[in-house]
Every structure is written in C-alpha cells, then in structure tokens.
Design a protein around this ligand. Structure first.
Ligand code: S3P
Length: 165
C-alpha cells in the first residue's frame, strides 16, 4: 500500500505523513529527504548551485524511482512535485491513495511567514509580498493538486484530527 501526500509548502505533508505512517504501521518517506540523501546536498544547495530546472528534473526522476521501488509506505512529496511534467499522471497511476492537504492562503501565510529562510522559492520575499506570491502560486498549483481523489482541509486542525482521531 502506497499512500502519497501532496500540497503546498507548509501544508503539513511531512508531519501528517509521519503520523499517518505510524498509525498505519507503514514506513514514512519524504521525497525532499530522499533527494538530499541521493544528491548529498540540501534542497537549497541544489537550487542555488544548479538552478530550479535541474532541481525539477532531478525531483521527477527521484519521484519515479521512489514510487516504483517502494511497496508499503506513506510518501510526502515536495510542494511543487505534482506540478511538473507528467508527475501527477505518474503518481495517480502508481499510488494506491493520493491525498491533497489543502490549506487556505491565510493559513499558509501565517505558517510560512515564520519559516521562509530554508525555502528557496520564498526566502527572498518580504512579508508583504509573501501573501500575493502564495495566492497566485496556489491558484496555479491547485489545477494539479485538485486532481487528487481525496482532499483534506487542514486549516485549524491538529495532526491527530487530520489523521482521523
Ligand atoms: C518546493 C517545496 C519544497 C521543496 C522545494 C520546492 C515547491 O518542499 O521541494 O523547496 O516548489 O513548493 P516542501 O513542500 O516539503 O517544503
């Protein structure tokens, strides 16, 4: 059984994924961590040294590798993973369940404002610019995210509530 979590940065994919994996007695795999381990470099380092296009190609390759080699796991993808190339098709084909953790713009601004630093796409933005960026970016990305068969609203909900307590 492979369960995949998708959603914008800060929507809680890793925290929810870890707890869901524990409850389902599955292992938890985070694609960003998997990429960092394979490339021996941080995601920020890959962005700054090789650029976003290299990152997106690498990310797609590792997503396919992970989904074809993994049998029983909860997998958290990166916020952009479903939105490039054929990734959303591949993942709908390979995963048993795909959940979109859906957070509102307001919730994301509140969560991400506090931790922009290690996120290459938003670290350069002022607090004022962050909301506009997220609003536009989420609008574009929702076209991909909303193809997930299951949508879970996360605003104001604890991890225990989201994972079904
Ligand atoms: C990205 C999200 C990040 C990471 C990279 C790009 C994005 O993952 O893959 O910084 O394009 O939204 P998280 O969603 O786990 O922060």
């Amino acid at each position: 059984m492979v369960v995949v979590l998708i959603g914008y940065m800060g929507s809680g994919k890793s925290a929810v994924g870890r707890e869901l994996a524990r409850k389902m007695s599955l292992k938890f795999v985070d694609l960003d961590d998997f990429i960092e381990e394979k490339e021996q470099k941080s995601i920020s380092g890959i962005f700054s040294e090789k650029g976003e296009i290299y990152f997106r190609k690498t990310e797609s390759r590792y997503m396919e590798m992970l989904l074809s080699d993994t049998e029983d796991a909860v997998v958290a993808l990166g916020g952009g993973t479903p939105c490039y190339g054929r990734n959303m098709d591949v993942l709908l084909e390979r995963a048993d369940q795909v959940f979109y953790l859906k957070a509102s713009v307001g919730e994301l601004v509140a969560r991400l404002g506090k931790e922009k630093q290690h996120r290459p796409l938003i670290r350069h933005l002022s607090d004022e610019a962050l909301e506009d960026f997220i609003r536009k970016h989420l609008f574009e990305r929702n076209a991909y995210y909303l193809r997930a068969p299951h949508v879970i609203e996360v605003d104001g909900r604890t991890i225990a509530e989201i994972t079904g307590d």
